[in-house]
Write a protein that binds this ligand. Structure first.
Ligand code: ACO
Length: 345
């Protein structure tokens, strides 16, 4: 029995938890590329300053994958680390869900490329696209397969090579993003780290706030689309910021409400690592203390679907969360999409 089990909170999954079937996170892992790109490096690329980037975002540096290092490579490394910590072999994996907006290529799915790299030949696999919210979407979907007894072991990965879709001439966006990957193994292990609830949301009416126009059926790659720089992401920063703060606080409150938990009961809040000002604003609106918030965006920038997965691994590895602690994860991304999850570690 975990240390907090005696404390009172509602497990919204309990009503589905027939015949003792629950979903737990049996291992987490992450990987970031070696190369560090500092704000000083960016000062040489675009008209910006360390002072502007730090004061507007909190980001000091980010990681950049090598030319021959792809989303599948980073995802595979994070997956192997999570599997090792979970004590799970490649043969045991039933399903691989990869959240990404930067697949190695349009098809086959990068989940299949990761399956090959880690040798999980029994596993089904697919890519999931919910931008920065992808990891929480992945946890929720993976959990459904565990709870329904369809699968015993699901690997959920968030991995991105955002440096491949960032316009290195656009100072509005190129300072914000980084590369990396995080992963979690989901299983039915009673009395292990439990996923108590997950909230998902979307608003396609605001799809134009953050997008990449080129490369799909609407705007296939042509000499013109390349010349018009349509294969890079574009973002309306201010509007995205406002929507992020609103959606994240709403999702977090809904997740807490479902578990009948007050924010003071949460040991560690892991928000999407996009901008320190967003983290602070969400924390304030939730009535959280600054020490409850986990932040690593100063080191990695916004790694989209990998963001909260890397942060979860770091929070666990650093001892910031201990067995039985309650964790609140809350995310926001293009789509628009958002989500939140409560985990009993
Ligand atoms: N260096 C110097 N100046 C800059 C830079 C830069 N890197 N970038 C923009 N500026 C300038 C702008 O040109 C503008 O100048 P102007 O007033 O002369 O036009 C000025 O700084 C202010 O720009 P704003 O856009 O108003 O700056 P803001 O304070 O809103 O910060 C930022 C911009 C950091 C992008 C912020 O809006 C933000 O973080 N938005 C949310 C991003 C986010 O959360 N994304 C999540 C999803 S990501 C995903 O799903 C993949």
């Amino acid at each position: 029995m975990s240390p907090t089990s005696s404390k009172k909170f509602k497990n919204p999954r309990a009503k589905y938890n027939f015949q003792g079937r629950s979903c737990s996170i049996s291992g987490v892992g992450s990987y970031v590329p070696e190369r560090i790109l500092t704000n000083a490096d960016l000062e040489k690329l675009v008209d910006t300053t360390d002072e502007w980037i730090t004061s507007r975002t909190g980001i000091k540096e980010r990681r950049q994958a090598a030319k021959d290092e792809f989303t599948s490579d980073m995802g595979a490394r994070a997956a192997l680390s999570a599997m090792q910590k979970a004590g799970v072999t490649a043969e045991q994996i039933d399903l691989i869900i990869l959240a990404t907006i930067t697949p190695d290529m349009p098809f086959p799915s990068t989940a299949c490329l990761i399956q090959r790299k880690i040798g999980a030949h029994r596993a089904a696999g697919f890519d999931l696209e919910a931008a920065c919210s992808g990891f929480i979407y992945g946890l929720e979907i993976g959990q459904q397969f565990i709870m329904s007894r369809t699968y015993d072991t699901v690997l959920v990965i968030g991995a991105e090579k955002l440096s491949s879709i960032v316009d290195w001439k656009d100072r509005n966006t190129c300072v914000l993003f980084g590369d990396g990957a995080g992963a979690a193994v989901l299983q039915n292990r009673p009395n292990s780290h439990g996923l108590l609830t997950a909230v998902m949301g979307a608003d396609g009416r605001k799809a134009d706030l953050l997008f990449m126009a080129g490369g799909g059926s609407r705007c296939p790659a042509t000499a013109e689309s390349v010349a018009a720089r349509q294969h890079y992401l574009r973002m309306e920063g201010k509007e995205t910021f406002k929507n992020a703060v609103q959606a994240m606080q709403t999702a977090a409150k809904e997740a807490l409400r479902r578990c009948e938990l007050d924010i003071s009961r949460i040991k560690c809040i892991i928000p999407h690592q996009a901008n320190q000002r967003i983290v602070d604003a969400v924390g304030e609106r939730l009535g959280a203390k600054p020490e409850q918030l986990f932040v690593n965006l100063h080191k990695y920038g916004n790694t989209s679907a990998a963001s909260v997965a890397i942060a979860l691994d770091e929070a666990v590895t650093s001892g910031r969360v201990q067995r039985g602690d309650l964790i609140l994860m809350v995310v926001f991304g293009a789509g628009l999409t958002w989500g939140a999850a409560v985990i009993e570690w």
